[in-house]
Design a protein around this ligand. Sequence first.
Ligand code: G4P
Length: 283
Amino acid sequence: MATIQWFPGHMAKAKRQVAEKLRFVDIVFELVDARLPYSSRNPMLDEIIQQKPRIILLNKTDLADPVQTKQWLTYFEARGQLALALNAKDDKSVKQIVPAAKRVLAAKLAREKEKGLRERAIRAMVLGIPNVGKSTLLNHLAGKKIATTGNKPGVTKGQQWLRFGSQLELLDTPGILWPKFEDPAVGKKLALTGAIKDDLLHLDDLALYELEVFRQFYPAGLEERYQLSAEDLSLELPELLLLITKKRGFKDDYERGSELLINELRQGKLGRFTLDRFEEFSE
Ligand code: G4P
């Protein structure tokens, strides 16, 4: 899991390094976690990339609530931004990217053709906060392990291009940006999905938050996994946490119960879920 400590100096450096690389690319692929289409975006990305064409890739859709993902796609579309649902581990899914980039850049490519320029590969860079799947996407596109990123801000290596057939060239190192830290709810969501280290937050706070969300939106996941009744689910949240802890044989060690809940959520054992609820952002 990513360890991030962002300081103002890091942020400024990351921003500058990404900005330097931008002039070499036609388009930016902004990777976000489909379970957090708001919270896993960098708050200053618009300012950083300005008018550069962009595709928002809602990655890890295999883990997200499919109904919410569809709604989020319409959310971005309504704001004039092209977004695609992606599973960076899946061939068919990754193959949508080049045609989509060509659509976004159609006017630019047509102008180049009119000027008699040779047809060329589209140049792109992958950007996103830690853990959204940037390396996985690059590795998958390349068909081998090529991107070892660490979690350094910005683009850390010299500028090298990875070629994917004749149609796409990608900067070999993704741009790593910082998540939104100011909002505590965002911090909890990032920690729950593993984007930031959970020792920044109390495990029981995270587990209580998880129970609150699942009880409201995905009660079946909890009921099935922990053999709970509808009545159990109406307990006060700390009581519910203790009940699950007991059912798992941890007596009243709710720290262990919390850890279990968080791990099982991350392993997908409670089913697919989306923490940023489209309804809350669509007004
Ligand atoms: P980053 O470069 O943006 O920091 O992210 P990275 O590719 O390292 O991916 C972070 C974790 O997310 C990895 O899991 C990776 O396998 C997983 N991942 C990336 N894309 C997808 C996706 O579309 N669906 C699913 N289900 N998982 C995805 P890990 O547990 O850290 O490593 P491992 O399981 O690959 O060993």
